[in-house]
Design a protein around this ligand. Structure first.
Ligand code: CA
Ligand code: CA
Length: 298
């Protein structure tokens, strides 16, 4: 099992990045990550104004996956996500739905103990660890780790969590997988720009997959198929996420178009992942039970 240490970070997912490690298809790897602020606010007494500014969203990697070629997918089984002892929430004037109320940046340290985010002595919330940034190198120019697109990246999807399988399309040889920006917990929509930002370790099995050959990220939670789309606006993102599910159900599962659309409108859920990154992310969830009842082969 390879451990990818966080001395290897990047802020751009790019085919130009040299891999820091190579793994075989099917191998288990551990990625160690900083929080999205590169742990800048972890020490007691630090705040936005008394610490040096650093680029956001460091992603650990990239890792070269042997045998991955353009047109394949990476099948990423998320076996575990471990969190550091302190998470950070920040408010400020530049982003978030309530930004006009916070002309000065406010940083709050939230201890994580025994599976709870301890906001104060009255409020503690069970953590729901997730990976905010996970992606491969895109085909063309490099893309900042703050921007999600079809190569993955800063999708901030709560369903990229322990126990699920994430599929990412491969655009370049070796795929060049990187990740970071873990959240201890995050509300759907990430409405004020942050989750509970935390350092961590993710244990994953990474396999080259040629079954689905999709051009967008998908998640298999065990009971749901999920398409994830990131576009310039929420409208464009939700239309893309729904269309991706329609194409998946018709072209991959073999549903008649009429059945796919009727079943989607009856049983598919459209959910906003995040509204605060340079592109917006929306996902569509569809029950696997219906897929299996339609076509037992799946
Ligand atoms: Ca993020
Ligand atoms: Ca984040």
């Amino acid at each position: 099992m390879k451990v990818i240490s966080r001395e290897h970070i990047t802020h751009v997912l790019s085919k130009e990045n040299l891999p820091c490690e190579t793994i075989r298809s099917g191998e288990i790897a551990v990625f160690e990550t900083y929080d999205c602020f590169t742990n800048r606010f972890i020490p007691e007494g630090t705040d936005y104004y008394n610490t040096p500014k650093l680029p956001g969203n460091p992603a650990t990697g990239p890792v070269y996956v042997e045998g991955a070629r353009p047109g394949d997918m990476l099948k990423i089984d998320i076996l575990d996500i471990e969190l550091g002892p302190v998470g950070i929430v920040m408010l400020g004037p530049n982003n978030g739905n309530e930004k006009e109320f916070f002309p000065r940046r406010i940083v709050k340290r939230v201890p994580i103990r025994d599976g709870f985010a301890c906001y104060n002595d009255r409020i503690s919330i069970p953590v729901r660890p997730m990976i905010g940034v996970i992606g491969v190198a895109p085909a063309g120019d490099g893309v900042s780790t703050v921007t999600p697109l079809d190569h993955g990246g800063n999708m901030d999807c709560t369903q990229i969590r322990k126990g699920v399988t994430l599929y990412l399309p491969v655009f370049v040889e070796g795929a060049l997988l990187s990740m970071g920006d873990f959240h201890g917990i995050m509300g759907e929509g990430e409405i004020e720009d942050c989750g509970l930002e935390v350092e961590g370790r993710a244990t994953l099995r990474v396999t080259v997959d040629r079954k689905w050959r999709l051009a967008w990220p998908m998640v298999d939670t065990g009971d749901k198929w999920i398409t994830i789309a990131s576009r310039d606006t929420v409208d464009q993102a939700y239309q893309a996420a729904a269309r991706q599910m329609y194409v998946f159900l018709t072209e991959k599962i073999g549903m008649e178009g009429q059945d796919a659309a009727m079943l989607m409108t009856m049983a598919g859920d459209l959910i906003i992942c995040q509204t605060v990154n340079p592109t917006m992310t929306v996902r569509m969830e569809f029950p696997k039970k219906i897929v299996q009842e339609y076509n037992p082969f799946f």
